[in-house]
Design a protein around this ligand. Sequence first.
Ligand code: HEM
Ligand code: HEM
Length: 132
Amino acid sequence: MPKISELFFRSAILFLIVGIGLGLQMSISQNHNVIGAHAHINLLGWVTSAIFGGYYALNPAKATGLPPLVQYWVYTIGVVVMAISLYLVLTGNTALEPIVAGSSLLTFVGVLLFAWIVWMPAHPAVVAHPAE
Ligand code: HEM
Ligand code: HEM
């Protein structure tokens, strides 16, 4: 499996552990105050990261070089910061809303980079000799 897929799956499973942890905490406390953080940690963090990782595993020609690494870090840092700041906003720290907004936009940039990677032609040398 390409390294970039491994990276995406490593962070995806950490997001799932944290996301489920928040879901359990809401269920046990019977206080569903952080639904938004729970939903997006699971959906942006676990589901979407795993789809990105799966795509790179299915398309090794797109998995090498700088673009996937840049896409990984932009997207993952965006989701981590968004998750933490959204959790804090939903638990009363409303002053952090600009951080949620900024990190959401960073996450979106990560998605746009992925769109570019999907649409750009693969490097011919890598198509001929996939390294991983
Ligand atoms: C054991 C694991 C989980 C527990 C205990 C749990 C618990 C919860 C709870 C208590 C809520 C709030 C429900 C409400 O007040 O309406 C919720 C909402 C939600 N959860 Fe989970 N959850 C779990 C796993 C997941 C996973 C894996 C995903 C996604 C892949 C997910 C996605 C969502 C979404 C999207 C909502 C919002 C639904 C809505 O807007 O009505 N959850 N969850
Ligand atoms: C940066 C990207 C995203 C932003 C800024 C965003 C923003 C939002 C906002 C503002 C809400 C309404 C929350 C509320 O009424 O309390 C929402 C709800 C929701 N979003 Fe997203 N979203 C993003 C990505 C996604 C993705 C990729 C998915 C699915 C794969 C998703 C699934 C949901 C679901 C299921 C809900 C309803 C559950 C909830 O209330 O949290 N979102 N989102």
